[in-house]
Design a protein around this ligand. Structure first.
Ligand code: SF4
Length: 216
């Protein structure tokens, strides 16, 4: 057994998906909520703190949405400054669906950004960055820590070698995608923001600190 997925542990209900669970607008960007699963259990994640809401949007997913459903909700993607794959889990866990939707956005004049935990190569056991580069304009990667021990403490990875894999992913992504931003959370206990910046810049990407309890 290789791929260990963590389900959304937030309180479940029988509520069906609403359209606002699947795509939600923040400022002039439209966010796509493809999945509620990931291989981490970050201490700062809303869903691991019993909350299913982000910026007033209920992100609980009764079931994962179909590609056609998301494309219908996107309509004309050029109405938004960016279509952001983000939501309540790790979008690259649904790689083929993610790529299909991103291609639709690009073919219809939109811009795409992927917010990711950087574990796509680890999960799929191959380098997926060139596939992403074919239809993703910008990447935001969560590095979260300057060393494996701090990463493990805050993100509780279920896959071995996760931290090293994120570092390799950053380097591979920066070699094929122009806009790669890497983040760590300033104020999170034990996180050395300047060390995270150095690790990022050494791999050819741009560092962007985030702040505790600020989402988006
Ligand atoms: S990777 Fe993202 S969705 Fe998964 S636990 Fe961490 S913050 Fe939450």
């Amino acid at each position: 057994m290789e791929k260990k997925l963590r389900p959304n542990p937030a309180k479940r209900s029988n509520k069906p998906n609403q359209e606002s669970n699947l795509v939600y607008q923040i400022e002039d960007k439209l966010y796509v909520n493809l999945t509620d699963r990931c291989t981490l259990a970050c201490s700062f994640c809303p869903k691991h703190n019993g909350c299913t809401e982000v910026k007033g949007y209920e992100l609980y997913l009764a079931q994962r949405p179909q590609v056609e459903e998301i494309i219908r909700l996107l309509g004309d993607p050029s109405r938004f400054s960016e279509i952001v794959f983000c939501g309540f889990g790790e979008p690259t866990l649904r790689l083929q669906d993610l790529l299909q939707i991103a291609r639709y956005v690009k073919q219809n004049g939109g811009k795409t950004r992927l917010n990711t935990d950087g574990l796509g190569n680890r999960v799929h056991k191959r380098d997926i960055t060139s596939e992403l580069a074919s239809c993703i304009d910008a990447l935001s990667i969560s590095l979260n820590a300057q060393d494996e021990a701090t990463y493990t403490r805050h993100c509780k990875p279920s896959l071995t070698n996760s931290y090293a894999s994120v570092l390799d992913f950053i380097e591979a992504a920066a070699s094929v995608i122009d806009d790669v931003a890497v983040s760590a959370i300033s104020g999170l206990e034990g996180v050395d923001i300047e060390a995270c910046r150095k690790l990022t810049e050494a791999r050819g990407a741009r560092f962007k600190p985030r702040y505790l309890d600020v989402v988006g």
